[in-house]
Structures are given as structure tokens and as C-alpha cells.
Design a protein around this ligand. Sequence first.
Ligand code: ADP
Length: 505
Amino acid sequence: MFFLHTRTLRTSLKMYNYRHSSAWPSQAYINGSWCNAKSGKTFNVINPATGEIIATVPDLNATDVQIAINAANIAFQSWKTTTAKERSDLLRNWYNILVKNKDYLAEIVTAEAGKPLQESLGEVSYGNSFVEWFSEEARRNYGEYVPSPIKSKEILMIRQPLGPVGLITPWNFPIAMITRKASAALAAGCTCVIKPAENTPIMALVLAKFTQEAGIPNGVFNVVTASRENTPQIGQLLCESPGIYGISFTGSTEVGKLLYKQCSSTVKRIGLELGGNAPFIVFDNADLDKAVAGAMASKFRNCGQTCVSANRFLIQKQVYSKFIDKLMEAMKKLVMGNGKDCGINLGPLINISQVEKVDRIVNDAKNKGAKILVGGKQAMNYGERFYEPTLITDVKDNMACYTEEIFGPVAVCIGFESEEEGLKIANNTNRGLAGYFYSNDLSQVWRVSKALEVGMVGVNEGIISSTEAAFGGVKESGLGREGSSHGLEDYTEIKYICFGNIQQN
Ligand code: ADP
């Protein structure tokens, strides 16, 4: 329970220096070579905790990215002919290097995404686990033999790699969102062009460096870095290029919808992992201490910047006040600060526009009559990207905090009377990624698990992500599943082969 450190820990802060920053690659990675933008343009990477520039990387445009697409196509011709065992071995090499460098990787997550170091280590271990998992799944990409209804025919279905794919990833899990996609793609026999978020390109480049060390051939894993300004032309190229056979995107619903549209021009396969609006329901019969621990983990991990963060706490009337009191107590124990320092468990938001969005949502609630019991404003004494952990009650359905994904350290509490009412509120959204509830009634557990309109349910649990389980949403939260044994599906085509005219003796 790393959320329950006390403020006194701040007195014994240990400074953490970026020991390896001079070794961070600072060029894009195309066809096994490190390169700059043809235009010579670059952009800066900012540490969100301090505002300092920690790296400068190339700002590629569509012309540069076309070179990466070409490289991925050439590499695909040989990569697709490797055996599953060969790909498995190379992924395993990559995994071993990642594990050996876990502290170095965690340091990067903290530097470019602002996460507390312990959380960064957690993400690195989660991110690495996808490489391990798909190194194993590569060898289980089975086809099917189906009994034929006709004696002279035999039916076989095999799985083949889609082709070169475009992977567009967000900043909130700089390593895991790349490895979850790329290791599945590589395992299936696809090559890839990765466009990491402009806030967190360092991790993508370091991952590329380690694929090189692992012996993954040139052109199989390409990383194209770009500023926010250049990103739309790159997204459009990846979606519309006939040289790209699939897109996998994790990010905002707004951008996901745009990419979905752009993919229609080539009828391209697309996997989308978009925003959520997760309900977190606490029923009268719940164990409140466990519910509060789950709420803290779900809400304040990565400062609330995860798509599966609890967005609305729905509390049944009998336990409403008690739950809120306990949640307030737990929130007071959060220790905010620069994630590289010891004992910190609440870092900054990623950038100023995220701070402005969170502040707009909180002020909207305030102006429409909600009560702010804790926090409610920027925490300027820590830095301009920090926001106070905030608790809002008396929330109505016309408030932005009820309908929008907050992506910040803001807990929104809504009371309800019956299970039916709680479910109605929970499902009253066009999003459906994760949902959580706490209940000790077995029948209720089944009823509510089935009734929640989401792709993933946490029952008496606030942290549900796992490599072994299928990650994905329903409604406008996305298409397809990542991780698990289903994670290869986005990167494979089923080919039906019919053997005819088989002579019977
Ligand atoms: P956020 O607003 O939280 O940064 P986004 O959905 O905008 O979420 O970003 C997720 C990823 O999508 C990032 O890699 C970002 O660069 C990329 N992105 C943003 N706009 C576009 C676009 N128009 N086309 C393709 N990718 C985009």
C-alpha cells in the first residue's frame, strides 16, 4: 500500500539524479539506423515535475515517415518468413535486456512522465511482461483443422501476419503501451512503425536501442518521433498508406474517432483503446476499508491519468458518509512532489493543458453547486503542473465531472439508493472501458458484473490490468483487445485453405 506514506517522509527526501541521461538516444530509429528529420527540426522533451528540458529529439514529418513505412515493408518480406520459434527467441532476448535495465527504464518514466519512481518500476515490470508473454504466445499462434462436410474436401485455417502496422501510443504508460502493441505485432510476424506521444519519446527510442541489442532485424521496429504540430500528418499517412496494413492506437476518444475515419479509405484494420468514464460502486454491504484502498489505487495511480481510473464514485446511501470520511482521511496521506524523490506517491500532471482541463472540470462543478471537500486548485507551491488531490460531492449529471473523463487527481462522489439506480448511473455514459464495484453479496456480484456496460470489471479490486487478461472496452471506449491470448488477433489474418478433389480409396 504505497499510498499510505505519511507527509513526514518528505523530510528525508533522497535526491535521485538522472544517472544515464547522456546515454538516452536522441534520434529517430528507422531501418536500424539513427536519423534526424530531413528538415533538421527538433522538439524538446520536458520533465513535468520541474519544467526543465531533458532531451531534444527529431521532429519528423510525413516525408520522413514514408521512409520508415518503406523500411517496414522491405523488412516484412523476410520477417514474415521467420519461424515462430525464431521470433520468440528474439523477443525473449529483448525481454532479458529490458529486465536487466529496469531501473534505467523506470528513471526514464519518472523523468518524462512524472510518475513516482515506485510506480515507474511497476510500469516497467508491467511493460516488460508483455514482451515475455508475447515471446511465449508467438509459438501458440495456432491454426484450425475443421472436419469437412464433403468427403473430397479438407478445410484448414491458418493465421498469417497482417503486414507492417502503425502503432500510435500515449504518454501515460510510456513503456507498457508500446510493448503491449509491438511485442504482439512482432510475435505475429508483423513489422511496425511506432509514433510515440510527443511528451514521452525517450522511452520509445530506448526500447528501439534494446531491440537492436537483442538482434531484432533492421526495419522490423521503427520509431518516428514528432511534435504535436507534425503529428496529424503522420497519423493520416499511417492510416491512409497502402503500405500499412493495420493501426493500433491508444489515446483520446476524439483522436481515435479521427483515425477510425482515416482508416476507412484503405479499409484498414484498427484497434482502438480509448477513454473511459469508469464507475466505482460501493454497495452498503461492502468492506469499506478495502473499498477505500481500492479507490485510492484506482484514482490516484499516475495522478489519475489512466484510462481505467475510477472517474465516478457511486456510493450507496447507508455507507455514503462513512466512505467519504475514510476516503478523505486516506487522501490527506498522499505525498505530492517530484517522483524521483523518496516517499512521493503523487506526481504532476503531464502538461499545462491537462492542468487547465482538470481545473475547468473542478470549477464547473463548483459553479454548478457541488461541494469541494478536499483540494480544488493547482498546487503551485510544488510547480505549475501539480494539482491538489480533490474530493467533490453533491454532483449532478449536468456537471462536466459526471460526463467527462477527468484524467486527474479528482474524486467525484455521487450517492444512490438501490442497486438498480446505481447501475443506471454507472451505465449512463457512452464510454465503457473499466468498471469497479465492492460488494460482499455473491448474487449481487454476478448480477452487477454482467450488467455493467464495460469491457473490464474489478470486483472488490481497484487494480485490474494484467498481461494475461484481455484489455479493452465497449461503446466508444474502443475496438479489439490487447494482451492475453487474444492480443495477437489484431495482428493476424485468418486464411482459409480448401483442399479439393481428394481421392477416396
Ligand atoms: P492526449 O490529449 O491525452 O495527449 P491524444 O489522443 O491526443 O491524447 O494522444 C495520444 C497519441 O495520439 C499521441 O501519440 C499523440 O501524439 C497522438 N495524436 C494526437 N493527435 C493525433 C492525430 N491527429 N493523428 C494521429 N495521432 C495523433
